[in-house]
Design a protein around this ligand. Structure first.
Ligand SMILES: Nc1ncnc2c1ncn2[C@@H]1O[C@H](COP(=O)(O)OP(=O)(O)O)[C@@H](O)[C@H]1O
Ligand SMILES: [Mg+2]
Length: 141
């Protein structure tokens, strides 16, 4: 018997349904515009280093600081305030805009909470990341 997937679904991006969803979200654009530049910086920190090398002979220390940030975004707010909907539509738009190929939205299932009082969340999350990035997670483990 195969193990249950830690993902609820896997969606190839860009996705037309998510573009349609975005149109129904009140306030999507101002929210997206507000964090857009920061997200691109987080996702493309390699480009920043190339820019530093080209224009500043690699001397700008700030690029290292940016490169040290984890590409992790935390949404907060009550249940039903649109965290999931925003996250999915933002990912969709970022992929469309960067024209990157082979992008997949992996949506974690509630199963990663695991069972028992403490749960097995850490292990299950690590497994989920390993399924997405087998090599990099293995190397840093
Ligand atoms: N900005 C918004 N405009 C219109 N409807 C929204 C908005 N944010 C959320 N919704 C509606 O509320 C539902 C629940 O949002 P969801 O993203 O699942 O919330 P959360 O993840 O914060 O619990 C969405 O499916 C959507 O129909
Ligand atoms: Mg949610």
């Amino acid at each position: 018997m195969s193990e249950p997937s830690p993902f609820e679904n896997e969606t190839a991006l860009p996705d037309e349904l998510l573009f349609a969803r975005e149109k129904t979200l009140l306030g999507f654009k101002p929210r997206f515009d507000k964090i857009h530049d920061q997200l691109r910086l987080l996702l493309n920190s390699g480009e920043l280093q190339a820019w530093n090398n080209k224009h500043h002979k690699g001397k700008l220390a700030v690029t290292e600081l940016v490169a040290e940030q984890y590409p992790l975004v935390i949404f907060h707010g009550d249940i039903g305030t649109g965290k999931t909907a925003m996250a999915e539509c933002i990912a969709n738009r970022l992929v469309a805009e960067s024209r990157s190929e082979d992008s997949i939205l992996f949506k974690l299932s509630n199963r990663v909470r695991g069972g028992g009082l403490v749960g097995e969340m850490g292990t299950l999350l690590a497994d989920a990341f390993y399924k997405v990035f087998p090599v990099s997670v293995h190397e840093t483990d």
